[in-house]
Write a protein that binds this ligand. Structure first.
Ligand code: ADP
Ligand code: MG
Length: 242
């Protein structure tokens, strides 16, 4: 579904991604761990076609993200949620969620709004449909952001530290939603600092270290002494995060 092959990316003299190979199959829940600055967000942005690759290829459902003609189709397969709440401030929660289905998929407005209401209900926000982002808590905004991504019926979700700007209580409510989606079979690639969460819901853990993929292991193996923990950099990282 997502094929990343030999990807390299530099900003000026700084190599940010170096020879990344990664494949995500349908139904997989894969977490990306790594220290700040290790290239996690850049990798997500490359998958989305928001950064140009210097080397290698990325294809999503067979669509090459480096080809402008195929990028739109590749993006249509994906739903992305970022760390910052990038909802349109002048639109209600409902309008934020219904916008792309109406504009891009040409879904009739009434139908898109019905779907948006159902999504809001599924994340416990049935009564906040007409609230503007400024009237929502951070956790509520991120839940709306997840609904907005899901409204496009994506084949997979990309999530970049969606809880890192939230306080612990709100983090919990957002992670609960993601756990529910994972259990329901949604394919997800997510960057997180929530180690316990990654351990609980992912099938696989990928560890980036200075732009290199240091480990790509089934979750149990990643946290095992003869697996990920055999790498001093990973042990050091996990010790620091706990
Ligand atoms: P992470 O998400 O793992 O914290 P990032 O992918 O955001 O890491 O960044 C990796 C490295 O790339 C960092 O050193 C960062 O400063 C650098 N970087 C990211 N985006 C840019 C950019 N647009 N221009 C220059 N350097 C960048
Ligand atoms: Mg980041």
């Amino acid at each position: 579904m997502i094929h990343i092959e030999g990807v390299g990316k530099s900003f000026g003299a700084t190599t940010v991604l170096d020879g990344i190979n990664l494949r995500i199959a349908p139904g997989e829940v894969v977490s990306i761990l790594g220290a700040s600055g290790s290239g996690k967000s850049t990798l997500i942005r490359c998958i989305n076609g928001l950064e140009k690759l210097d080397r290698g290829t990325i294809s999503v459902d067979g669509f090459d993200v480096a080809d402008p003609k195929q990028l739109q189709q590749a993006r249509r397969c994906s739903g992305t949620v970022f760390q910052l709440f990038n909802l349109y401030p002048h639109m209600t929660a409902l309008q934020n969620i219904a916008l792309a289905p109406v504009e891009m998929l040409k879904v009739p407005r009434r139908e898109a709004e019905e779907q948006a209401r159902a999504l809001l209900a599924s994340v416990g926000l049935a009564d906040r449909a007409d609230a503007f982002p400024a009237q929502l808590s951070g956790g509520q905004r991120q839940r709306v952001g997840i609904c907005r991504a899901l409204a496009m019926k994506p084949r997979y979700l990309l999530l970049d530290e969606v809880t890192s700007a939230l306080d612990p209580e709100m983090t919990g409510e957002v992670l609960d939603i993601l756990a529910k989606l994972a259990a329901g079979g949604t394919t997800m690639l997510f960057v997180t600092h929530e180690i316990e969460f990654a351990r609980t819901i992912s099938n696989r853990v990928v560890f980036l270290d200075q732009g290199r993929l240091l480990a790509d292991l089934p979750t149990a193996k990643f946290f095992a002494a003869d697996g990920g923990l055999a790498h001093p950099r990973i042990t050091q990282f996990l010790t620091r995060m706990s």
